[in-house]
Design a protein around this ligand. Structure first.
Ligand SMILES: [Zn+2]
Ligand SMILES: [Zn+2]
Length: 255
């Protein structure tokens, strides 16, 4: 199993997971043209994909999902809550399958474990993946770490982990007070220290890849995120990947 990012941050998110036989996207916050160009950079094309798994209805995750899925005949997986708020805006829908936030399901050669997260959307979830050999955990857009999140992500071979902001940078930023409260609150986004604390609660002995994701341009710096995560793992900051808004990150293979 391998995975890559097509871009990560408040301007748009999309991740690709590939078992060799099965390729799925997690979210698509980009236009059709932008997504196709970003896929091409990774040597992939829309025709290679089977499905799009949606985490929640915020536009940086869902903006391109329905049009891209319609155009390329992909199945969209999403929760009832996300469907209820996102489908209202659509003139016509691609094939949609409902995801229960606590029930694993299979797409091709991928076992997919959704899990609920505290975030200010209708029914937000995140996903962990297994090809039977390796486990990849993806966690962004959560305001807090719950015991259930720790349980699902407890022994992964690879983690993509939100490091949205640095607490001090957010506090000192020019964001209005209400937005600071929203971003830093329990239903907002994970800060570097929370992400680092999660790493301290899970078994990281199998961890081959760790990538910080969904960084705020205003309120974080790649080196701050890497430093926070490295301090918990006791590894070099250079070992930590950081997903970029423009370029995401290149394929990472699990061995
Ligand atoms: Zn987001
Ligand atoms: Zn969100």
């Amino acid at each position: 199993m391998r995975f890559a990012s097509l871009g990560s941050g408040s301007q748009g998110n999309s991740l690709i997971v590939d078992t060799g036989q099965t390729k799925v996207l997690v979210d698509c916050g980009f236009s059709n043209t932008a997504l196709s160009a970003r896929l091409a950079r990774l040597g992939a094309s829309p025709g290679d994909l089977t499905a799009i798994l949606v985490t929640h209805e915020h536009s940086d995750h869902i903006a391109g999902v329905f049009s891209f899925a319609r155009r390329h005949q992909l199945t969209v997986y999403l929760t009832h809550g996300t469907y209820a708020v996102a489908a209202r805006r659509q003139a016509s829908l691609p094939e949609c399958r409902m995801v229960d936030g606590d029930t694993p399901f299979v797409v091709g050669g991928l076992e997919i474990r959704p899990f609920p997260v505290p975030h200010d959307a209708r029914e937000p979830i995140q996903y962990a993946f297994s090809d039977g050999q390796h486990r990849l955990g993806v966690l962004t857009d959560t305001g807090a770490i719950t015991p259930h999140i720790v349980d699902v992500l407890r022994a992964c071979d690879a983690l993509v982990l939100e490091c949205n902001h640095d607490r001090a940078l957010l506090a000192g930023s020019r964001y209005p007070a209400a937005l600071k409260r929203r971003v830093g609150g329990r239903f907002g986004h994970l800060e570097n220290g929370q992400a680092a604390a999660l790493l301290g609660q899970v078994d990281t002995r199998r961890l081959q890849h760790l990538v910080a994701a969904h960084l705020s341009r205003e309120n974080n710096r790649p080196e701050l995120a890497a430093k926070a995560l490295a301090s918990t793992l006791g590894c070099s900051e250079h070992w930590i990947g950081v997903a970029d808004q423009e370029s995401g990150f290149d394929w990472r293979q699990m061995m």
